[in-house]
Design a binder for this molecule. Structure first.
Ligand SMILES: *Cc1c(COP(=O)(O)O)cnc(C)c1O
Length: 390
């Protein structure tokens, strides 16, 4: 029997980050000493007090269906966090608890985007943005940025990409894959274009706490009341609290939009795992020392990986000041990002993600969310590999 699948499936590109990862894991299973810079997740355990809070919730019987929009306690804790840390005046009603940040963006696209709607996405972009827009029936409008601009979209580029069909601008700072952080002035300038062009913006702030050197995070919605009305925030606990497997994230924004997204979630996943939500409450309500400790570790690793990366001839890497990625440009080597990564994995057993997955074929992404020893060994192998290409 030949089964005719829905046309939307053919429009979606499978996740390339997963393909390399699968190959690397298969090699590892065969006993090969693979060093992986491919995974975009912290290598730390979830902090103990967060695990304990979830265990207590489990013991207390928080094991049943809950409200689709999330446990009231967590929605309140998120609203307070957004007020306290981000200067965003949301109440608990403005918050939808989702199965991770990815799911919050998916709910948003389904609630907002219709066939014909255009969504502006600066490249390099996080792999799922364009695919989610397509699944919602919309049209992703990719705006390539340059090495010279530090892979940041300029206000002029944003303005030029707007058409009468543009509905939404997808903004991600700190960025996955580039690690770049927009300065407060850059954020303000983009906010002005969003308001002037009558757009909406979704701000993916999942890496907001992972900042280095003097980098500062400004939530675009906090710039002024006009942009606040046009902003939807997407974030989650995965990256800041090493909670990738817990699947807790959130969407915050204007009430009608949150209600619409809640309606969609109510017919798809319903509530997020109830006891996991209590772990998330503890993550926000307890002192933030665990975040500082992980940040310190990331910061040391970043110094080490940058020293190696900057010394590699043919690599050109603007200094990333957020998240846990470096994204060198390899254009000078005259090789596609896929060929580069395949060769690196096959000859040196080092896994990295080809930039083409993020809409930038002249770049490669290395995640430094791994131990220092592996970083050193992996970077030595990378150096050998690049020399062999010359
Ligand atoms: C990891 C990530 C997310 C969401 O991750 P979840 O595990 O679904 O919470 C969203 N946006 C970016 C840019 C990410 O890197």
């Amino acid at each position: 029997m030949s089964m005719k699948l829905a046309a939307r499936v053919a429009q979606v590109t499978p996740s390339m980050t997963l393909a390399i990862d699968t190959k690397a894991k298969a090699m590892k299973r065969e006993g090969i000493d693979v060093i992986s810079f491919s995974v975009g997740e912290p290598d730390f355990d979830t902090p103990a007090h967060i695990r304990t809070a979830a265990e207590i919730a489990l013991e207390q019987g928080k094991t049943r269906y809950g409200a689709a929009a999330g446990e009231p306690k967590l929605r309140e804790a998120i609203a307070q966090k957004l007020q306290r840390d981000n200067g965003l005046c949301y109440g608990a009603d403005n918050v939808l608890v989702t199965n991770g940040g990815k799911h919050s963006l998916f709910n948003l696209m389904l609630a907002l985007i219709e066939p014909g709607d255009e969504v502006i996405i600066p490249a390099p972009f996080w792999v799922s943005y364009p695919e989610m827009v397509k699944l919602a029936g919309g049209t992703p409008v990719i705006v390539p940025t340059t090495l010279e601009s530090g892979y940041k979209i300029t206000p002029e580029q944003l303005r030029q990409a707007v058409t009468p069909k543009t509905k939404l601008f997808v903004f991600n700072s700190p960025s996955n894959p580039t690690g770049m952080v927009y300065t407060p002035d850059e954020v303000r300038a983009l906010a002005q274009v969003v308001v002037e062009q009558n757009l909406l913006v979704v701000s993916d702030e999942i890496y907001e706490k992972l900042l280095y050197d003097q980098a500062e995070h400004l939530s675009i919605g906090a710039v002024n009341p006009d942009i606040f009305e046009r902003t939807i925030v997407s974030s989650g606990f995965a990256k800041t609290y090493a909670m990738t497997g817990w699947r807790v994230g959130f969407l915050a924004g204007p009430l009608p939009l949150i209600q619409a997204a809640t309606k969609i979630q109510g017919h798809s996943t319903s509530n997020v795992c109830t006891f996991a939500q209590y772990g998330a409450v503890a993550a926000y309500e307890a002192p933030q020392d665990c975040v500082q400790q992980m940040l310190q570790a990331f910061s040391e690793r970043r110094q080490i990986i940058l020293e190696f990366i900057n010394a590699i001839p043919g690599f050109n890497c603007p200094k990333p000041d957020g998240a846990f990625y470096v994204f060198p440009n390899i254009a000078q080597l005259g090789i596609s990002s896929i060929d580069f990564c395949n060769g690196l994995l096959e000859t040196q057993q080092v896994a990295a993600i080809p930039g083409i997955a993020f809409g930038a074929d002249d770049c490669v992404r290395f995640s430094y969310a791994t131990d220092v020893e592996s970083i050193r060994r992996g970077m030595e192998r990378l150096t050998t590999y690049v020399k062999s290409l010359a």
